[in-house]
Write a protein that binds this ligand. Structure first.
Ligand SMILES: C[S@@+](CC[C@H](N)C(=O)[O-])C[C@H]1O[C@@H](n2cnc3c(N)ncnc32)[C@H](O)[C@@H]1O
Length: 380
């Protein structure tokens, strides 16, 4: 088939606020095309297989969306009419279930539930008129997820290729308190400037997310390989041909896995956290060393490398000036020549460090505004 006949599609990969640039760089490194960062995510383009590949290969993307249509939607009727013009046959038939997510900003339509309802009505009415039966709604485990975003009365309708959020890699069967999402851990590692060759340690590793994501990155394990299936594999059009092309993408990703990698370690004071971290790492097949140690007793890596960590903060976890002072003292006196990268959820950590970070980036851990602080520890 000539290239002109392959439909050229527009995708949007979503990312946690503040990590869009990291996702843009990841998409470029993995040779996606027409990559452009925006608020909340990154645009890219290509044939449908590029959407499949994004779900399999990207570590920072939270969702991968395919743009179906854009329209002016100043009213519920306009939205309904615009959505009905899309052909939903490739995604849905009456035996499949659907869910619609909606968001809006600076628009006349202000109720997300109403927007989702109108969109769903247009979809099911179209299918009922054409096929005599309609798909039903399932908010728990839908086969097909659609999302509609309204900004200044302009609606964009997407179908979600990922299905469940991509941070659910499948390896984290247990978590400790305040775990980082896997996608955010991957973003932090990229933003840290880690070269994926130097040794790396998370000295407050909790469930082990940063260390496990580091090992996956260093060995070039595509995170989507860990998931049994993605949303697009439940679409009506996912026939034997599409399944074969998906299998080929998985095989190509598997063939790239590197056997050798740098030393990756995690430590924590909590024995139960370490048990969880070990179990999670085992589920990925990655070799991560975990040991019980107080961050204040941290030992330098040989050769010096990267410390990337997310200290406790907030009411539920035992953060506080004493821990931060001790941690800062240990990092500055024991970790010479290392790069220390801290995801700080409180300004108290920056104060305790008593030195200017080489880099400071704002990233959001869910609703919590954090600073990602990078320190280059000097020698004597
Ligand atoms: C915010 S959690 C880390 C969460 C982790 N990034 C994850 O994804 O699960 C902070 C961790 O610091 C650990 N911690 C608290 N005080 C510590 C200390 N003095 N030394 C080492 N670890 C400590 C806690 O046990 C907790 O697991």
């Amino acid at each position: 088939m000539s290239d002109e006949r392959v439909p050229w599609l527009r995708f949007f990969a979503t990312a946690a606020k503040g990590t869009e640039v990291a996702l843009r760089d990841e998409l470029r490194e993995k040779r996606f095309r027409k990559v452009r960062a925006d608020r909340g995510g990154v645009h890219f383009e290509g044939p449908i297989e590029e959407g499949y590949r994004a779900c399999i290969e990207l570590s920072i993307a939270v969702r991968v969306l395919l743009l179906l249509t854009e329209m002016d939607a100043p009213s519920g009727e306009a939205l309904y009419e615009g959505v009905r013009e899309v052909d939903f046959g490739p995604f849905l038939h009456p035996r499949l279930t659907l869910a619609v997510r909606a968001s809006c900003k600076d628009s006349r339509l202000t109720h997300t539930q109403f927007i989702a309802q109108k969109t769903k009505d247009a979809i099911v009415d179209q299918l009922r008129d054409r096929l005599g039966a309609r798909p039903s709604v399932d908010l728990e485990d839908p086969d097909v997820v659609l999302s509609v975003h309204l900004v200044r009365d302009r609606a964009s309708l997407y179908v979600d290729l990922s299905g469940e959020s991509l941070h659910r890699r499948g390896y984290r069967t247990h978590v400790e308190e305040a775990p980082l999402k896997e996608t955010l851990a991957a973003a932090i590692l990229r933003l840290s400037g880690w070269d994926r060759k130097s040794p790396l340690l998370d000295p407050m590793c909790g469930s082990g997310t940063i260390a496990i994501e580091a090992a996956l990155l260093a060995h070039d394990v595509a995170p989507g390989l860990l998931r049994p299936r993605h949303g697009f594999e439940r679409w009506a059009s996912h026939d034997a041909g599409a399944a074969r092309r998906t299998a080929e993408l998985r095989d190509a990703a598997r063939a790239r896995i590197r056997k050798e990698g740098p030393l990756v370690m995690g430590s924590d004071v909590s024995a139960t956290a370490l048990e969880t971290a070990r179990r999670n790492a085992r589920a990925t097949g990655m070799n991560v060393r975990f040991l019980k140690r107080d961050v204040r007793d941290i030992e330098p890596l040989r050769p010096p490398g990267f410390v990337v960590t997310n200290p406790p903060y907030g009411e539920r976890l035992e953060g506080g000036p004493e821990l931060y002072e001790g941690m800062a003292e240990a990092f500055t006196t024991r970790m010479r020549w290392h790069t220390v990268v801290i995801l700080a959820g409180t300004p108290a950590i920056l104060r305790a460090m008593r030195m200017r970070p080489a880099k400071e980036i704002t990233v959001f851990n869910g609703p919590i505004e954090c600073r990602l602080l990078t320190y280059s520890m000097q020698g004597d």
